[in-house]
Write a protein that binds this ligand. Structure first.
Ligand code: HEM
Length: 153
């Protein structure tokens, strides 16, 4: 069966589709950020950080997606601090980001390739959201544990 060839690569494996090379990823990144920039909610957030010089960000994001999809080691940055400092971003903004990303890959890629992009984007979005928004509930934190043991005494 051809199943072995069409199977999705595991998250740590490169996507080996000849149509998905650096040139293609560069076009995809540019189209995605064109849409982000014209989005009423995300546009101003990015404009506030990036100002007018988009080219370095687009190159960095091309490196990032090449590293994520092709596992070619092009990206050496640290995404978590770049996002933790964005104080105006709320969790729901990630839904907007992911919707725009899903639409862009659906428009530019085959369904099989789009599924791999989306799977990886969702996984990374989840870990960025954890880093930005997750707080240990007070009831489970060390203070609560101390309070309980004092109460029990
Ligand atoms: C609401 C969602 C998001 C917002 C508002 C956002 C915004 C930003 C902004 C403003 C920057 C800094 C640009 C710069 O100064 O160069 C940035 C960098 C970056 N973003 Fe996001 N982002 C979001 C979601 C994501 C997601 C889901 C991913 C990955 C799938 C991602 C990957 C990156 C990467 C790799 C960088 C470069 C970090 C570095 O090395 O400096 N972002 N983002």
């Amino acid at each position: 069966m051809s199943e072995a060839f069409s199977a999705r690569p595991r998250p740590d494996e490169p996507l080996t589709d000849p149509a998905v090379d650096r040139a293609f990823i560069g076009r995809l990144v540019r189209e995605f950020y064109r849409r982000v920039r014209s989005d009423a909610r995300l546009g101003p957030i990015f404009a506030g950080e990036i100002k007018d010089d988009w080219e370095p960000h687009l190159e960095k994001m091309t490196d990032f997606w090449c590293a994520v999809m092709l596992k070619d080691g092009s990206y050496h940055g640290r995404p978590v601090p770049a996002h933790v400092k964005l104080n105006s971003v709320v969790e729901a903004d990630f839904d907007i980001w992911l919707d725009l990303f899903r639409q862009t890959v659906a428009d530019l890629c085959t369904p099989a390739v789009a599924a791999v992009f989306v799977e990886r984007a969702e996984r990374i979005a989840k870990s960025l959201k954890l880093a930005m928004f997750f707080r240990l509930p007070a009831a489970l934190g060390p203070d609560a544990a101390r309070a309980r043991s004092v109460d029990d005494a």
